[in-house]
Design a protein around this ligand. Structure first.
Ligand code: C5P
Length: 417
């Protein structure tokens, strides 16, 4: 039997923080999981961590037309053997009971003919309210399976029925239900836009050692690069992610090479060639200490006066150099604090790349706390033919938009436009 698939719809309650653990438990049962977040759920759990743990694109209510063209709500349901709603909030339960369809989660639930299971989670008084109980009666009559809720302490400080069941129990119940479900009959779909394309992505900072305990680095979190790797993978690309040190988990289902220094990153990138495209989102340190010290440098009056620096190789420029192995599309990133577009256009020419994704990393970029480490970004896409100014949006959406542009570049057909 082919792999059984769960579409996990995550509602906007505090229990949504357990969603990554639930995905893990479902996968441990041998089930493939695709996540769909309501707008409220995004306040409790990050789409990037769900993408990492599920190894698939995460669908959100703030979806744009790209998502609808690639995968409408009908297709999301068609691709699943079971739809699991966890946490099922009072709001979602009410929408399901009334057949309301005003966002991606509710339209998907109304459009499905697949088995549906809900794991409610809410305050005890909301659970006990006649309206909720009436709605649950309607859902039971519709044949929807229920797991939980459990009794216990709640985030709101009260005690009673309303805690979402343990992810292990939900996964076991979902697995039992899916075993009984009829096999999926998906209609044939077109191959994903980037199927058959090999793409190299770099991400994160580099660490340049001064001695065994100190290093030169920068504030890059790697979030934007990882999101790009996942978005390209979701469009069918075979992705090789070369990452500097980050706190992020390795995305599943792709080759990941962890490096520390710029020189190691260069070697890993060169070893990855040939590829169809290279997306260089890493924040590579421009300089490294000229001498490597085996022993910790002692604190003396002269401090680090003797610290000499050597320029690091420019990985982007090296990969973008004309030659047999130059990828057909080379995309650089430019973090600037002023004259963003001017400097980025110069960089495009100087480094011989095809596109530059330029972002304003100054503190007055409008993004609270600055772009580095944030989940938000505001970028311009600069190509040889012009500049697109994109609105501020989550890094995950920047990644999806960029992946879509790349797919259009390789297959300029109606489907990807
Ligand atoms: O020159 P700057 O560091 O602003 O350029 C940023 C772009 O160049 C990014 O795409 C980054 O990954 C790449 N880069 C590189 N190697 C370096 C410095 C930057 O690949 N040594």
């Amino acid at each position: 039997m082919s792999e059984r698939r769960v579409l996990l719809i995550i509602g906007g309650g505090i229990a949504a923080y357990k969603a990554p653990e639930l995905v893990r438990q479902l996968k441990a049962k041998g089930l493939a999981v695709r996540c769909l977040l309501t707008a409220a759920a995004e306040q409790f759990v990050s789409p990037l961590s769900l993408a990492s743990v599920s190894g698939d694109k995460v669908y959100e209510n703030l979806f744009d037309l790209t998502d609808e063209a690639e995968m409408g709500h009908i297709q999301l349901s068609r691709d699943a053997d079971l739809i699991l709603v966890a946490p099922a909030t009072a709001d979602l339960i009410s929408k399901m009971a009334q057949g309301l369809a005003n966002d991606l989660a509710s339209t998907t639930l109304l459009a499905t003919d697949k088995p549906v299971m809900i794991a409610p989670a809410m305050n005890v008084r909301m659970w006990e309210h006649p309206a909720t109980q009436r709605n649950l009666g309607l859902l039971r009559a519709d044949g929807i399976a229920l797991i939980g809720p459990d009794e216990g302490d709640m985030a709101c400080g009260e005690f009673g029925l309303g805690r979402m069941s343990d992810p292990i129990e939900i996964a076991a119940a979902a697995h039992a239900l899916i075993e009984k479900a009829p096999a999926r009959t998906s209609e044939p779909t077109a191959p994903p836009a980037l199927a058959g394309h090999k793409i190299l992505v770099t991400a994160g900072p580099t660490y340049e050692p001064i001695d065994p305990v100190r290093y030169i680095a920068n504030r890059s979190s790697g979030k934007q690069g990882y999101a790009v790797a996942l978005a390209l993978q979701a469009l069918g690309a075979e992705v090789h992610l070369v990452s500097g040190p980050t706190a992020l988990n390795d995305p599943q289902g792709m080759r990941v090479t962890r490096v520390e220094t710029a020189q190691e990153m260069l070697h890993a990138c060169q070893a990855s060639l040939p590829v169809d495209a290279a997306i260089m989102a890493a924040a590579v340190a421009d300089w490294r200490p000229s001498d490597s010290h085996d022993k910790k440098i002692k604190k003396t009056k002269s401090g680090l006066d003797d610290l000499k620096l050597t320029e690091n190789p420019d990985i982007l420029a090296t990969i973008a150099k004309q030659g047999d192995h130059r990828p057909a599309l080379v995309v650089g990133f430019a973090a600037e604090t002023d004259k963003v577009e001017t400097y980025a256009s110069e960089k495009l020419a100087r480094k011989n790349c095809d596109w530059i994704v330029a972002n304003d990393v100054s503190q007055d970029s409008g993004i609270e706390g600055g772009v580095m480490g944030s989940d938000e970004n505001r970028v311009h896409l600069i190509t040889q033919t012009g500049t697109q100014n994109w609105a501020q949006m989550p890094k995950v959406h920047v990644a999806q938009k960029l992946a879509h542009e790349i797919a259009t570049h390789f297959t300029p057909t109606k489907e990807t436009r």
